[in-house]
Write a protein that binds this ligand. Structure first.
Ligand SMILES: Cc1cc2nc3c(=O)[nH]c(=O)nc-3n(C[C@H](O)[C@H](O)[C@H](O)COP(=O)(O)O)c2cc1C
Length: 423
């Protein structure tokens, strides 16, 4: 399989624009700017490229929602907030191949009729923000950004905006609020950002990895891209594999790689250990017990197994994992990060965390499991964004598959704590 995104990872010199150009970056700009904007959108649609931020929405289809002939400015916002526990794949693109992203931004902006792009980057990604800012400066110097790009009469400015450490600002409408200088509260949808986004203007929000794919697809075409992955989710994908594997890291693989093969790519399990469970798509994805892990990693196959592809953060848990404690790590995170705008989330997230903590400390009651499930039911479908559902999913799945461990803890049977889960 060809490495589309990760070919130059871990090569420090590849960040510099001259090396990057020698590696093919920006070679697609002139070609793209000679095409009609709609032709670019058609190629992206035809390629089947789907968003890599979590929801997996088809990218070309989303671009098509920008109202034709709008008199308002159109904005492109790149979501580099990457704050979901276990998710660290965009960081690698920002760090090792920032020009691949900038090239994708130029082509995507041209397709969208956009002349201003914001990259909203996670506040904690200080090194990556500096690398990106340097790369943007270099691109301006080489006239790939600014006025009359590649002599084709197209103008584009790109700005880096640093977040301030709130997970919710990765949700696209909270991101837009934050960019406007407001508190990062998600907006009610519709209207969707493509119609009414930043400063009430048409706005496309796309993930870093999504846009990094655009240059290679324009160079090689949709059919080339579709040779990998599944029919409904073609191409390759960056998987951030963490937890109990020998070589945690970011691995590029076809979208439909088998989960067990991906674990092998990451060095396999620690010696003498057995697989207990996998969280296949970031902290908001339901956990899958080992007997459900013989699956492909495309979104449809993961959904069939009862979880979701999400941000492709694969957390591997071996048989040393204390599942109550692992669940507590997740609910503590969500309780801390709820923005507080909607009552079921503001009240429900800390309540879930409090109950799980109580169970973890050996002070739970048998009725707590029913109460936990009741709270999660009230968290679903009653809030402005899906944060609350993202919180409910792990709790429901941990109880569904590992209730014996929760009940044992209530009877004060402590697990063997040989190692704590790395989440
Ligand atoms: C609570 C929450 C946090 C999110 N965080 C991120 C994030 O850090 N990065 C990201 O690309 N998408 C994140 N998303 C998804 C975005 O709302 C949006 O779907 C995505 O940026 C669209 O880009 P894509 O179509 O290229 O995937 C988050 C969603 C929710 C509900």
């Amino acid at each position: 399989m060809e490495k589309i995104l990760s070919k130059h990872f871990n090569q420090v010199e590849a960040r510099a624009i001259d090396v990057s150009i020698a590696n093919g970056r920006y070679s697609r700009v002139a070609k793209a700017l000679s095409m009609k904007p709609d032709e670019i959108t058609s190629v992206i649609k035809e390629s089947g490229l789907r968003g890599r931020g979590g929801a997996g929405f088809p990218t070309g289809v989303k671009w098509g929602f920008v109202p034709k002939g709008t008199q308002k400015p159109v904005y492109l916002c790149i979501n580099a907030d990457e704050s979901e526990p276990g998710t660290f794949k965009d960081r690698e693109i920002l760090k090792w191949d920032p020009h691949l992203l900038i090239e994708g931004i130029i082509i995507s902006s041209y397709a969208l009729g956009c002349h201003t792009c914001y990259i909203y980057i996670r506040g904690e990604y200080n090194d990556e923000a500096l690398i990106l800012e340097k790369a943007i400066d270099e691109a301006y110097e080489k006239k790939y950004l600014g006025k009359n790009i590649a002599g084709k009469g197209f103008d584009l400015n790109v700005y880096v905006h640093r977040g301030a450490g709130a997970y919710i600002c990765g949700e696209e409408t909270a991101l837009l609020e934050s960019l406007e200088g407001n508190r990062g509260y998600p907006r009610l949808k519709p209207p969707f950002p493509a119609v009414e986004g930043l400063w009430k203007c048409p706005t496309i929000v796309n993930n870093v990895e999504t846009i990094a794919n655009v240059g290679p697809i324009i160079e090689h075409g949709a059919a080339w891209y579709k040779q990998w992955g599944s029919e409904k989710c073609p191409g390759t994908r960056l998987f951030a594999v963490s937890g109990h594997v020998q070589k945690p890291g970011v691995y590029e693989a076809a979208n439909d790689i088998r989960l067990l093969d991906l674990i092998e790519m990451a060095g396999g399990l620690r010696s003498g250990r057995k697989l207990k469970a996998v969280i296949p798509g970031g902290a908001s994805a339901p956990v899958l017990p080992a007997h459900l892990c013989d699956i492909k990693m495309d979104p449809e196959s993961i959904a069939q197994a009862g979880s979701m592809a999400g941000s492709s953060a694969v957390m591997v848990l071996d048989d040393s994992t204390d599942m109550v404690s692992a669940c507590r790590t997740l609910t503590d995170f969500f309780a801390h990060e709820s923005c507080g705008q909607c009552t079921p989330c503001r009240e429900g997230s800390p309540w879930l965390a409090k109950l799980i903590r109580r169970i973890d400390q050996g002070e739970g009651k048998a009725s707590d499991l029913d109460l936990l499930l009741e709270i999660t039911k009230n968290a679903v479908g009653r809030t402005i964004c899906v944060f609350s559902e993202a919180n409910a999913a792990p709790v429901q799945s941990f109880i569904k598959y590992f209730s014996d461990e929760f009940l044992a803890r209530m009877k004060h049977i402590q697990p063997k704590r040989e190692s704590l889960p790395v989440l």
